[in-house]
Design a protein around this ligand. Sequence first.
Ligand code: ATP
Ligand code: MG
Length: 634
Amino acid sequence: MAGEIYRAFHERSVKDREGFWAEQARLIHWQKPFQKVLDFSRPPFAKWFVGGETNLCYNAVDRHLAARGDQKALVYLSTETDEEKPYTYRELHAEVNRMAAIMQALGVTKGDRVLVYMPMIAEAAFAILACARIGAVHSVVFGGFAAGSLATRIDDARPKLMVTSDAGMRGGKAVPYKHLVDESLRVAQFPPEKVLMVNRGLDKDMKLVAGRDVDYATLRAQHMDAQVPVTWLESNEPSYILYTSGTTGKPKGVQRDVGGYATALAASMKHIYMGNAGETMFTTSDIGWVVGHSYIIYGPLIAGITTIMYEGTPIRPDAGIWWKIVQDNKASVMFSAPTAIRVLKKQDPAFLKKYDVSSLRHLFLAGEPLDEPTHRWISDALGIPVIDHYWQTETGWPMLSAVPGVEKTPIKFGSPSFPVFGYDLRLFREADASEAGADEKAVVAVVPPLPPGCLSTLWGDDERFVKVYFSMFSTKQVYSSFDWGIRDKDGYFFILGRTDDVINVAGHRLGTREIEEAVQSHPNVAEVAVVGVADQLKGQLPVAFAVVKDVARIATPEARAEHEKEVMATVDKLLGAIARPGRVHFVTALPKTRSGKLLRRSIQALAEGRDPGDLTTIEDPGALEQIKAALGGA
Ligand code: ATP
Ligand code: MG
């Protein structure tokens, strides 16, 4: 029966945790062996590989010098500045040493925080790895975040140093950072003493602040031959802080360890992504997100893989650019997000056929729900398994996924398959914390200890860590994901949206995701957001905002009304009239965070005539204007 090998592998990983993880830990280098695989004496805090000493930078870079010093480690590719620059492992090693020496010269020592506010350029990777090398704790903040968001994160992490650049680039235009940086440092209570500026020459008006801002190129020239010894860290010391996307409110400072993270990443590269040393991985995310940390920087490099660092969009110069990158670099593993695939789905499908992507073994997608039609479309187009997998900033690596390196289980469209090894992941009923049966919607939770690689705590706030994640049930201490899920009779999981994305229509609880799936199954709908809007009669009423593929179908008010009815009828057919949206508004873009997540709460606020709240993470403010206009015209 399909799945037996996977099941045995998973079962061992949660029943014989110590044996299983001791084996996986052999995938990385330990300078000093650990004395104890797991210390779970203070639940829910889990300590992995206690007493062991290792280093993320050593595992990602130095360890490969002997066998693959001349292999490409990192390829910086920009369709924004039309640059391409590969770095071999030897070159990467030299650059990281220079950066580490600069940081030390600026007073950074073990345990100090370094805030990295950078575009997708190679120097960002050098900075991250340099921190790891000297035991400094990096906190990467997505480049281009507004001054206010940056200041909150500065005050939480209290960095000694900030590494930044004059500007990012997007859609061919420079996005200057310096004024955001200056403003954030003006309002922050705990600004860093020094700011290291990587000047790309994109902002001619940029002025350095004397005594605070220092120029990277100048300092680099002084440290060309730097050899900075690796600082060995006990496995449970902090490696970085990363704030969650903030889709549901105030971002949380996720703290990661060293040895557990390195081990989990190495194990995931082998068993999930099936990336082998010498191959190429193309992850289309950004270093500002967890996917960038784990699968642009650390994961592939720990595995001796060539990683692609791409600055640009999926549709510039045209919608074939990603497939060209795959072809030119013979990428065997690719990782992207559903939102990007939906963007490509709206483009001419001929772009997919233009390039030779036969080097690709799998495409992995994560970040938000992957609807069945999109999953099917991209699978057919590429002719390879497309693996939806589910995880969070908190976990650092996948929680639900197919694990093709262990067993090639069949893919079900719209499903992120099964619990990943190490996770005792289950579905609990919200009402009484009992375990849900097949086909029953419940809360996705993990019975602790969380496996290696997951958050150790929230930065500086153990209490909040326990309160936020482990206090959902009073009778059971489990890690709550705050997502709804369902498991079918074959054991496949489906994520149904967030626990707070529930619409209550006349006493019926409906997940926004379910209604979105139904709307999206209409062939002319490319993307949709469904929110619950307060309704005097029914409590709440679903309202949909849909992006159509063929705008000719909504060219006149009559056609628009006709189309709206047709979409509603699709929902009726799939879910019943109870789930039918009260209105279906047509727009050309939906408001999302910069990591591609729908800002449902803001849409809902607008639909209820309230203030849309904190919008600093929004990608395209114009999309929100469209929602307003659509509502105004209703
Ligand atoms: P915050 O916690 O600050 O509100 P966030 O949850 O959006 O922000 P992330 O950690 O980046 O920040 O996102 C994780 C969430 O993304 C998951 O909890 C889930 O809701 C969603 N998600 C990720 N992958 C998938 C997937 N494959 N299918 C469905 N949902 C997914
Ligand atoms: Mg979250």
